[in-house]
Design a protein around this ligand. Structure first.
Ligand code: AMP
Ligand code: ZN
Length: 120
């Protein structure tokens, strides 16, 4: 399998292909963003690259420019969703032990409520 190729058994590749519906809030040639089906905050959006990488470690190593574009898209969406003040959180769960359940890298963009630290 070539790096970044779509995976037949990947939920987010199916959303990218239009085979599974999603509430898309932003897209460009590199990334797609849609609302999380089980939101953990008033604003909970997933930002994904169109290329399939399992997690942010693999994406960051293989595609640093694309990783930057993903974060730039997240920042643009945070502005559009009006969550820059008082603040928002970007989370990349990486590995099952950290809570990752979908192994196509995605940034969780969370905002619209207060956040605690440390995270659970
Ligand atoms: P993670 O646990 O970090 O891998 O995050 C996966 C996220 O995908 C979870 O927050 C799920 O609620 C979300 N999710 C699962 N299926 C869908 C779907 N069909 N559309 C939108 N979000 C989804
Ligand atoms: Zn995928």
């Amino acid at each position: 399998m070539a790096a970044g190729e779509p995976q037949a058994d990947c939920l987010f590749c199916k959303i990218l292909a239009g085979d599974i519906p999603a509430t898309v809030v932003y897209e460009n040639k590199d990334v797609l963003a849609f609302r999380d089906i089980n939101p953990q905050a008033p604003v909970h959006i997933l930002v994904i690259p169109r290329l399939h990488y399992a997690n942010v470690g693999e994406l960051g190593s293989a595609e640093p420019e694309l990783t930057g574009k993903l974060l730039a898209a997240a920042a643009e969406i945070a502005n559009a969703e009006d969550i820059v003040e008082p603040g928002y959180r970007i989370v990349f769960n990486t590995g099952a032990g950290a809570g990752q359940t979908v192994f196509h890298v995605h940034a969780h963009l969370l905002g619209g409520r207060g956040m605690q630290w440390p995270p659970g």
